[in-house]
Design a protein around this ligand. Structure first.
Ligand SMILES: [Zn+2]
Length: 470
């Protein structure tokens, strides 16, 4: 007869001690690598990030990261759990606890090894209640454990938020422009029919609200990823473009594809965002000229009559200093990444810009250097592509900033405020960002070169965003 193991919540471990724990630990999977080989100790491994009610974005001890890491290791691949679904619940016991420092924050980390951890792990699938996978023989859960499992499943349904995933990921268009390893949330449209150039690979066509891409998984790994189905919403982990023109993506060795829980609010949000209501609808069908929307208007009467120019005429040395160009562009991304940083402090004495923090007042800030009153200004970048050349990989940067309240008309005449203290302004800016980066929205705007320097950036002027309902 198995002796009843004690159950503990993640927050119980925040202050150590760093030792092997016999207790059983439960957590919701929010992120995970696939099972990969670690040559340094000749073992297979997967790294999983988990949360529970006691340790989430809201409830974790502040000096720690908002998730807990678990490293599973074994000599055999089958003894390491391959996480396939965000929102699954994992239970494990016999892991070694360590408190580690990573990028200036502490992380609570458990090491589970098939040899040294006498206990087991067990995984429930969010998509199918009856599916439980585990190491070794099937394990029976005690009544208390079954209850914990059910409570965590409930918690995972409301815990997962679109904004949270957006903060962790990039959109496809921005990732293609950056051309680095990235994570993204996408929808699987269908399995692509085999093409001569994709021999040896299973190809998944993916779509988000900005672009499409083709995920190539080698035939040798096809069985491991066979759970990916058309219409699934998935989180791609550790992927990179191999071919920017063909939009070919491949997974890194530790990369993974995790499905999002089908009947959850987060998937409903993404569904709306991606606007794919019609079964089998494709991006080619969606980018229909009639469906394009233009949420902006040009604000001054004179500039409203400016003829349209191609963006390439305004960019770089070709653009004339002092001349205004009216252009039509797509916005693929906006920065800084966090809208809290869209409003900055600007010191009129030392001419320095600085980020605001929660410590600054809502409508006032002091210069970090001369301690005098500074001004609050919007300072935002728009990464844009020319409307007529949607498929081009050239992304240009438009700067948008306000000065003496000039330019605030772009933000619906909303005066800049410290976003760390104004959730209302944050929400408004997020809505704006989402609207502007939507796949079928373009910006009709006026730009001019910032300085005489032929390589200077373009700034956006005389443009108003109309907050109309879609
Ligand atoms: Zn100053």
């Amino acid at each position: 007869m198995r002796t009843e193991t004690k159950q503990r919540r993640l927050s119980d471990f925040a202050h150590g001690p760093e030792e092997r724990t016999k207790d059983s630990i439960f957590g919701i999977v929010v992120d995970a690598t696939c099972v990969y080989y670690r040559p340094q100790n000749n073992k297979y491994a997967s790294v999983v990030k988990i949360v529970d009610q006691s340790w989430s974005q809201i409830s974790h001890p502040k000096e720690f990261a908002p998730f807990v890491k678990v490293l599973f290791m074994s000599k055999t691949k089958a003894e390491v759990p391959h996480m396939k679904h965000i929102g699954s619940v994992i239970r494990f016991e016999g892991a070694l606890l360590k408190l580690i420092e990573e990028e200036k924050r502490k992380i609570l980390m458990f090491f589970w090894d098939a040899v040294t951890s006498s206990g087991k792990w067990l995984l429930s699938s969010e998509t199918d209640n009856s599916t439980l996978t585990s190491t070794g023989a099937p394990q029976a859960l005690s009544q208390a454990e079954t209850q914990t499992l059910e409570e965590l499943k409930k918690f995972s349904r409301f815990y997962l938020k679109e904004q949270m995933l957006m903060d962790l990921t990039q959109n496809l268009a921005a990732a293609r422009a950056a051309n680095k390893e990235f994570d993204a949330v996408c929808r699987v449209i269908r399995l692509s029919p085999p093409r001569p150039q994709s021999k040896g690979f299973v190809v998944y066509k993916l779509l988000d609200h900005t672009d499409k891409a083709y995920l190539h998984i080698p035939d040798s790994l096809a069985a491991e990823f066979a759970y990916i189905q058309p219409k699934d919403f998935v989180m791609l982990k550790g992927v990179q473009y191999l071919d920017l023109v063909e939009r070919k993506i491949e997974m890194k060795e530790h990369g993974n594809v995790l499905t999002l829980p089908t009947k959850s609010a987060v998937v409903e949000d993404y569904r709306k965002l991606m606007n794919i209501f019609v079964e089998g609808m494709d991006l080619e069908e969606m980018v229909d000229e009639k469906r394009y929307m233009q949420p902006t208007e040009v604000s001054t009467t004179i500039n409203a009559f400016l003829p349209l120019s191609p963006l390439r005429d305004a960019v770089g040395p070709r653009g004339l200093f002092g001349k205004k160009y009216r252009v039509k562009v797509y916005v693929v991304d906006m920065g800084p990444r966090e809208v809290q940083d869209w409003v900055k402090g600007y010191c009129p004495i030392c001419y320095k810009f600085f980020f605001l923090t929660e410590a600054d007042e809502e409508n006032r800030a002091k210069c970090r250097i001369c301690k005098k009153d500074a001004k609050l200004v919007y300072q935002v970048q728009l990464f844009v592509k020319e409307k007529e050349l949607r498929d081009t990989t050239t992304v240009s940067r438009l700067l948008l900033f306000t000065h003496n309240n000039k330019g605030t008309e772009f933000f619906d005449n909303e005066p800049p405020a410290n976003c760390h203290r104004s959730e209302r302004l944050c929400t408004k800016l997020r809505t704006m960002c989402r609207m502007l980066t939507h796949y079928n929205v373009y910006l009709d705007c006026v730009v001019e070169r910032l300085t005489r320097d032929p390589n200077s950036f373009l700034q956006l002027v005389d443009t108003v965003v109309k907050f109309k309902q879609q």
